[in-house]
Design a protein around this ligand. Structure first.
Ligand SMILES: Nc1ncnc2c1ncn2[C@@H]1O[C@H](COP(=O)(O)OP(=O)(O)O)[C@@H](O)[C@H]1O
Ligand SMILES: [Mg+2]
Length: 271
């Protein structure tokens, strides 16, 4: 996935991949090509719903451009991911307890210049360190939009990748670009649709994308698994603005139920 990958970096990546497959801590990376499709909303709410099922979860806000998980969790971070990167905080320091029991957040910071560190594979290192704590069941990474180097770094160490998309043509174009890239060295991509009322619509579009991949002869061993949809809901945007999680505030809402079904499928598919 990286052209100019150093020997040391590629060792670190395979170590992280192997460890997350062996260890009890599973790594899930949430991504999309396009911004604004609902990744962070999904990451925060999936984290909470997983914790309510008895899992201990660490969320890493890896959206370097626009870190906003701390807003969603209503936290003023004393430490961020970058204190760890800069050696000013330990992995324990940067894992912040949220208001939700068993959900911890490694906060991001907007405007960070990744290029300063692009050769040191710091993200693989923090994931490795969190896995080594042997304290979490799931590490959930919320990436930013686009396919830049730091997003690629998280994708390269993840066996479990969940793409969030809408039915918007530009979101689907970006999603196909992601599929093309991942097909080179991944076995599967889980896919869910946001702002999509009907489960069937997501299924139909997923099948079209899978057919396109076949037609364009993407790697046959690469599978795209459609795992569900979430409708547009005023409760989601309102709770987002109020710095709360919709799945906590509106447990019986359709959108919470839809997200629960996505989590059922996610848990069936993770490695
Ligand atoms: N299903 C939905 N219904 C209504 N609003 C939503 C829904 N999903 C996301 N939003 C809102 O859309 C905006 C962008 O979502 P966000 O999760 O920040 O996207 P991303 O992380 O992909 O950039 C937020 O204001 C969020 O509250
Ligand atoms: Mg986001």
């Amino acid at each position: 996935m990286f052209n100019s990958i150093s020997n040391q970096a590629s060792k670190l990546i395979s170590l992280t991949k192997r460890n997350s497959q062996k260890s009890k801590t599973k790594l899930i990376t949430i991504t999309s090509g396009k911004g604004g499709v609902g990744k962070s909303t999904f990451a925060g709410n999936i984290a909470y719903l997983l914790s309510s099922r008895g899992f201990k979860v660490a969320v890493i806000d890896a959206d370097i451009g626009l870190a906003n998980m701390q807003v969603l969790f209503d936290i003023k971070p004393k430490y961020t991911l970058f204190d760890y990167i800069d050696g000013k905080g330990t992995v324990e320091d940067v894992l912040l307890q949220t208001a939700y029991k068993d959900v911890f957040l490694v906060a991001g910071k907007s405007g960070y210049r990744y290029s300063n560190y692009s050769n040191s594979f710091v993200f693989a290192r923090i994931v490795q360190d969190i896995i080594s704590l042997n304290k979490f069941d799931i590490v959930l990474v919320d990436t930013g939009a686009g396919l830049n180097d730091y997003v690629k770094e998280f994708l390269s160490i993840s066996n479990n990748i969940l793409a969030v998309t809408t039915t918007d043509p530009s979101a689907l174009t970006d999603l196909y670009a992601l599929m093309k890239m991942l097909s080179k060295d991944k076995e599967q991509l889980m896919l869910c649709f946001n702002h999509t009322k009907n489960y069937q619509i997501g299924d139909t579009i997923s099948n079209s994308l899978i057919n396109l991949a076949k037609k364009n002869r993407l790697n046959k061993n690469f599978m795209v698994k459609y795992i569900g949809n979430v409708s547009t809901s005023a409760n989601i945007s309102t709770t987002g603005r109020l710095r709360k999680l919709f799945s906590f505030e509106f447990r019986d809402d359709d959108s919470t139920r839809q997200l629960q079904l996505i989590i059922d499928a996610l848990l069936r598919n993770i490695k």
